[in-house]
Design a protein around this ligand. Structure first.
Ligand code: PHE
Length: 457
């Protein structure tokens, strides 16, 4: 007997060409500014050591099972996240309100991409700074000056942000399957290779021992409820889970591919790249007497110092910021995809119209971030600047809540038959382990961290 889910399988829209295609697309989404820009500075602000440990626990015990849940839901629904959650909610529980998980996810994507694109704009600007030899021989003061004068000039950051959004919309208009697989196939290995070269530099020229100690010596006294939530938020952000990006990509995953293997590969790769970035950056930070807790400027202030001192540094700087821009680009595409798929499939818009309207709205929102590093930098409330608030709301509140809803849906609402059908029809040990994590470990952990952060636990 064929079930509705079976029928959807045979009536697909595009599919990834292979399992590798899907892994590459999800890796392209996961690997980005989250690994290289955000992880090091958030780890620095939260004292390193214990934070890194909590982060790793969050990635593997919470992030991975949630990513599996997202992909399985996406593949079963075969639609955009709003329609998929609505459809599966009806199939599994006879209610339509699960669509709200998709709606909030789409909104979260808008918020995240609005600041993401601005930071990606900084990386584009740094390609040119590096190429012009601005870093050559520059000391910490000069490097700081380059950074502050860039981010405090809205005309410049606004320009680069606009360029990045245009580039993102252009790809999304053409459809995500085109070119994305091919781009990521070159990009991620190239990025890793370059980071390994930089790691070599940091080991020789940086203060590697202090870097290692900072990152891997747990000092639990420094750990607060707030930093545990930061670690959780960073885990969601870096894995792209909790807002439907991975769900939207899962909709194109061929039926026979193993979800467990593909997601595990992405999670491991993503984690290695974040660790690599931190291992490159902190030895440079400590060798130059910089403050590890200096915030969102950390990568832009530490690496250029190293580029300015190493032989061939200008070329390496250009390559590095170029690759980082591409990595941000493949993530940005995935941040837009749920919204674009929603407006196309559910509202009947063309891909071009959906991408333009979604991209235009996000572009406009981005100026809040542009200004909050410039003329509005002293306008602070709640968590800090406007950027700090958007970042906190999306990464530390909306992604964890979205991830919680997704994993509760997969673990508690969906029938064993349905989830086992997608993950492991034999319902073997791997499946039982996932189901236990999805029902108990991940939801309980997320709830405890959230309650703890608001002081209720
Ligand atoms: N994971 C991406 C990064 O680390 C950011 C992202 C978050 C992409 C959420 C999609 C969804 O840069």
């Amino acid at each position: 007997m064929s079930t509705p889910a079976d029928e959807r399988r045979s009536s697909l829209h595009g599919e990834w060409s292979s399992r590798l295609g899907f892994i590459l697309a999800v890796a392209g989404s996961a690997v980005g500014l989250g690994n290289i820009w955000r992880f090091p500075y958030v780890a620095g602000e939260n004292g390193g050591g214990a934070f890194v440990l909590v982060y790793l626990v969050c990635v593997f015990f919470i992030g991975l099972p949630i990513m599996m849940a997202e992909v399985l839901i996406g593949r079963r629904g075969r639609r955009n996240p709003v329609a998929t959650m609505r459809l599966l909610g009806e199939e599994e529980a006879g209610v339509t309100y699960w669509r709200w998980v998709g709606v909030v996810g789409v909104a979260t994507g808008f918020l995240i991409l609005s600041f993401y694109s601005v930071i990606a704009g900084w990386t584009i600007a740094y390609i040119f700074e590096g190429g012009a030899g601005e870093f050559t021989g520059a000391g910490p003061d000069r490097i700081n000056e380059i950074f502050s004068s860039l981010v405090s000039t809205p005309l410049l950051t606004g320009f680069w942000h606009t360029l990045f959004m245009l580039a993102t919309v252009m790809v999304v208009v053409r459809g995500v399957e085109h070119g994305l697989e091919r781009a990521v196939r070159v990009l991620v290995p190239a990025l890793v290779a370059l980071m390994l070269v930089l790691l070599g530099y940091s080991m020789v020229a940086g203060n590697f021992a202090d870097g290692l100690r900072f990152l891997f010596e747990p000092r639990f006294d420094d750990l607060t409820g707030g930093s545990v939530l930061e670690a959780l938020g960073q885990a969601f952000f870096t894995l792209s889970v909790g807002m439907g990006a991975v769900m939207a990509y899962g909709a194109y995953l061929p039926e026979k591919e193993s979800i467990a293997k593909t997601t595990a590969a992405v999670v491991i790769a993503d984690t290695c790249i974040a660790m690599l970035a931190a291992l490159v950056i902190f030895p440079i930070v400590f060798a130059n007497g910089m403050d590890p807790a200096s915030g969102p400027g950390l990568v832009f202030q530490s690496l250029p110092l190293a580029f300015g001192q190493m032989p061939g540094g200008a070329v390496i700087a250009v390559l590095f910021f170029l690759l980082l821009t591409f990595a941000a680009w493949t993530s940005a595409i995935s941040l837009m995809e749920p919204a674009v798929a929603y407006f196309m499939e559910t509202r009947g818009w063309t891909r071009g119209r959906a991408a333009t309207v979604v991209g235009g709205t996000i572009w406009a929102l981005g100026f809040l971030t542009v200004l909050s590093f410039g003329p509005w930098s002293s306008l602070t409330f709640l968590r800090g600047t406007i950027f700090d608030n958007i970042d906190y709301l999306s990464n530390n509140v909306l992604l964890p809540l979205g991830g919680l809803a997704i994993v509760v849906f997969a673990g508690w609402i969906m029938a064993v038959n349905s989830t086992a059908d997608e993950l492991d029809p034999a319902a073997g040990r791997g499946y039982r382990l996932w189901r236990f994590s999805a029902r108990y470990v991940a939801p309980v952990a997320v709830v405890l961290v959230l309650l703890n952060a608001v002081g209720l636990f």
